[in-house]
Design a protein around this ligand. Structure first.
Ligand code: XLS
Ligand code: NI
Ligand code: NI
Length: 438
């Protein structure tokens, strides 16, 4: 026990009329929605890095949070203190999952041997903690972007020695994720990109990335890991151009290396908006390609053009996202990880609770809205009807590859009518969404 959260009672569901800011108003874990409980649908995860590692520093100033475990050396004792605090938080919040980077949980390491030893030492402790906790592992990932050795990338580094270090980190982190019962493994290509083309062989780097991810998939089978592997797209930040730009780019990359049935995506709304997309667009593109995996829920700031990683609070946006997630079949191994951080002035332990309670309530509402939208068939019915023409005639033949330009051109001339445009009814459909957002 860390004692850090001792003054906060376990968070309970009290319903929408409760005045208690430290209670759930909508996140009623056991409530059934479309045949599954809210907890089973959302599979909420708390992330280790923003909550327990970041100390509130920004590029202009020092840490503001004063969390005791971040005060001294980044050694095994501090890692264990942090672990205690994290599991105390999980126990009070009651969410079913957490996520971590290898370097979030372990004592700092410099050499490969130190890395292996320090990571193994904390994985033993995590396993022991998890044995009597509710919280399971949603996914693990290796941090291959913070250490200076990775300044020119991890698997896309011009120096194969750096790629060797990346292989070491991923091997051990994937194995630990497997051992801890993780449902997935994430690869966010933090510095897999470039700042200037002048010093970069783009073709060579993408080849390295393709080979590297293939080796990760091979290792998954070698160790018998049954979870999923997900790439997390992001267009830029920290590098100017990142290879995993958005979901469509990742799909093209996976297809090029024959990995489209092996690897899916972990979508983050703040990354979607940085790429010039909206959140639900990325979800639906992943559904269309069959690579939807998991979500790092957060939000950006419309005026700030970077990854501000704020806790989500837009009911309409998340209703739409949940609608397309449910439409695609919902989460399987994936879940709702909050890759979000409290603002630098929100320095108290209770701020971590306000942030998560608010976002879990928001997602529960969004889920219920999305379920009602699905059941109403107002959106799907409209779309089905809009494409009904493709079920028969030349439309159906075209999709089956059974016609050609000659036959279609001849048919057009025979009919000899200019097709009449039909309204797309955007405002009507937007009104439907507004009316279901409650
Ligand atoms: C950074 C990413 C990162 C990944 C995990 O922008 O969101 O936090 O989720 O490495
Ligand atoms: Ni993320
Ligand atoms: Ni991010």
């Amino acid at each position: 026990m860390s004692g850090y959260f001792d003054h906060i009672d376990p968070i309970k569901f009290e319903g929408p009329d409760s005045d208690n800011a430290l209670a759930f108003k909508y996140y009623d874990a056991d409530k059934k929605v479309l045949g599954k409980t809210i907890e089973e649908h959302l599979r909420v995860a708390v992330c280790y890095w923003h909550n327990f590692c970041w100390d509130g520093h920004d590029i202009f100033g020092a840490g503001t949070f004063g969390r005791p475990w971040n005060a001294g050396l980044n050694d095994q004792a501090a890692a264990e203190e942090k672990l205690d605090a994290a599991f105390d938080f999980f126990e009070k919040l009651g969410q079913p999952f957490f996520c971590f980077h290898d370097t979030d949980v372990m004592a700092a390491a410099e050499t490969p041997k130190e890395h292996v030893e320090n990571f193994a030492a904390i994985v033993d402790k995590i396993e022991a903690k998890m044995s009597d906790a509710k919280t399971k592992l949603l996914w693990g990932t290796a941090n291959m972007f913070s250490h200076p050795r990775y300044m020119a990338g991890a698997s896309t580094n011009p120096n194969p020695d750096v790629v060797e270090f990346s292989a070491l980190q991923v091997k051990h982190c994937l194995e630990a994720t497997h051992r801890l019962g993780g449902a997935g493994y994430v690869l966010w290509g933090g510095r897999e990109g470039y700042d200037t083309i002048l010093n970069t062989d783009v073709g060579q780097e993408m080849e390295q990335l393709g080979r590297f991810i293939t080796m990760v998939v091979e290792h998954k089978y070698k160790i018998g890991f049954k979870g999923d592997i997900w790439i997390e797209p992001k267009p830029h930040e920290p590098t100017k151009h990142q290879y995993d730009r958005d979901v469509a780019t990742v799909y093209g990359f996976l297809k090029t290396y024959g990995l489209e049935n092996e690897v899916g995506v972990n979508i983050e709304p703040n990354h979607a908006t940085l790429a010039g997309h909206n959140f639900e667009h990325e979800v639906e593109i992943a559904n269309a390609f069959g690579i939807f995996g998991s979500i790092d829920f957060n939000r950006g700031d419309p005026q700030n053009g970077w990854d501000t990683d704020q806790f989500p609070n837009d009911l309409r946006e998340n209703t739409m996202a949940l609608y397309y997630i449910l439409k695609g079949g919902g989460f399987k191994n994936g879940g709702a990880n909050f890759d979000a951080k409290v603002r630098r002035q929100s320095k108290d332990p209770e701020d971590l609770f306000h942030a998560h309670i608010g976002s879990m309530d928001l997602l529960a509402r969004a889920l219920m809205n999305a379920a009602e939208l699905i059941e109403s068939e107002k959106l799907s019915g409209f779309v089905d009807q809009r494409y009904a023409g493709w079920k028969t005639g030349l439309g159906a033949k075209m999709l089956q590859g059974k016609t050609n330009l000659d036959e279609m051109a001849t048919a057009a001339v025979e009919k000899n009518v200019s097709p009449v445009p039909i309204s797309g009814r955007q405002e009507y459909l937007e009104n439907v969404v507004t009316n279901f957002t409650k």
